[in-house]
Design a protein around this ligand. Sequence first.
Ligand SMILES: O=C(O)c1cc(=O)[nH]c(=O)n1[C@@H]1O[C@H](COP(=O)(O)O)[C@@H](O)[C@H]1O
Length: 281
Amino acid sequence: MTALEPFGARLRRAMDTRGPLCVGIDPHASLLTDWGLADDVAGLERFSRTVVAAVADRVAVLKPQSAFFERFGSRGIAVLERTVEEARAAGALVVMDAKRGDIGSTMAGYAETFLHPDSPLFSDALTVSPYLGYGSLAPAVELARRGGTGLFVLALTSNPEGGEVQRAVRADGRDVGATMLAHLAAENAGEEPLGSFGAVVGATLGDLSSYDLAINGPLLAPGVGAQGATAADLPTVFGSAVRAVVPNVSRGVLRHGPDAGALRAAADRFTEEIRAVLATV
Ligand SMILES: O=C(O)c1cc(=O)[nH]c(=O)n1[C@@H]1O[C@H](COP(=O)(O)O)[C@@H](O)[C@H]1O
């Protein structure tokens, strides 16, 4: 298997040159309608291609939301395959948002699907759920290390319901989210300039100073835009870890389509806002 340069190094470089924004490709049925497209496979393909053509040459990361492609069955998956390929060819890193997680032996299958270079869905990184136990992710960690890809592990999610699991306090006094962060810090120990094993930490969560976010890996931060967080919130939420943050905006950019220029301008505005905030910390 040919290994790429480690994902963390590729991501750090992309963040430094393009800015850290991740644009989510979330083809909600309502957005297809707003764009004047049919809620079918042709609409899905037009939507995804438009987003890729508009922003893949300027943002660090594109994050297709697999759910909205899976909705159309095998033909939707075929569109997802082309979307990933075109986004990577245009120079963006692709984080596949499929939030997979299963017992270890099945997890190996998911890892092969998204992180093996011979797979048609090969992506630079994958979102994964550790709620069958962090150790169940081992096959994905191992394949990512071998191939130079990465993972984003759900630690403290942006949705209000996440707390009932992630803030549950364990017998050792640490909560579950903090435990996931500690696993990731161990995974990334000694990696330079940045490890490849990131955490998902919502930008909507307010002050997180009680958590040790210094995992030496990227922090994917959904919640900016439609879920109410702004670029200005990032230093409050992430403190000194803010330089490792990859803020995700999906609907906040996508609602400006279908005009490619308007999509591009929206992404550029978020990038500028984030850069301006980073310049003050
Ligand atoms: O893993 C994610 O990307 C994710 C984690 C999380 O905690 N919250 C969250 O919103 N997301 C995803 O990020 C995207 C947010 O979309 P917008 O709210 O439209 O910007 C969706 O694709 C969500 O599934």
